[in-house]
Design a protein around this ligand. Sequence first.
Ligand code: SF4
Length: 330
Amino acid sequence: MNFAQIKELKDKILGGYQITKEDALKLVSTENLEALYYSANQIRAKFCGEYFEMWSVYHQNLGRCENDCTFCPMSNVTKVDYYATCDETCNIETVEKQAESMRILRAQGVRKVEIDSTHSSLNDENLSKMICMLNAIKNKVDIELCASFGILSREQLIRLKNETNINYYHCNIETSESFYHNVCTTIKPEDKYETLKTAKSLGFYTCSGGIIGLGESMEDRIDMALKLRSLNVDAISLNIMLPFPGTPLEKQARLSNQEILTTFAIFRFINPKAKLRFARGRSMIKIIEKEALKTGMNSSIVGELLVNAKGADIRNDIQLFESEGFIIRK
Ligand code: SF4
């Protein structure tokens, strides 16, 4: 696609058009990458404005996961026990400590913390524990919490809705449906889609996303973005593969900066209204972070609660986001 064709497509999107897979494939093969990134940023400005949201993640350790996701240090195929040294902050009894960390984040402008159960699903006993923890934290800190508990049944989601005042549910779809079996054989992606659909139908704001750099093609990324659009998710987290030693993907080649920026932009073209978030792997794109902020992104992970990837200093982050013209939504 040349400059004029990209502009024409962008203008159609600004008028309400939803791009097709064919459009998206043509877009990512353009040599006019600057026009692609610039247009993605204009789409973000039109539909999402200048507000920028900071969020963080807390991993609630429930032990090693029974699944075989090749990228994950918690999976049953990992050779290193990353959680052997997990400290007591990963204990369900230490809500006060968690709440204090979240108070500090809140004071710095972080609006939302995702509580990640680090498992693909929860039995009813663990769901009860998580509900208890969510309520205890909400009673202590004025912060939005997002439950990231994997695949839940309709009944479990109804419990979550009725027994907490949590408004956000998160479940990553990881990659395209056709590539999924390459990274995990123990979870059915359809179960994730069903969870997201059910959560949405019950009134949750839904967050999803995936990881780029698992060995998938650009077409797979486009398929993932289209699937997220069909699921009508409110926010999309884009993680960049962090190669953890001991995992099957420890030697996976890093994506080029151009591929990363193009992926961000095409996600914005396909999902004009969703919050588009930097998630794990931000450390991998430090040198292109300013450019990345001009490809349609409007949210980012920050903070020190992460177990697997240390967030950057929040003050520096705020300076960076504001220097690019964003207003931090506090
Ligand atoms: S289900 Fe989640 S925690 Fe379990 S191995 Fe897969 S990514 Fe890791």
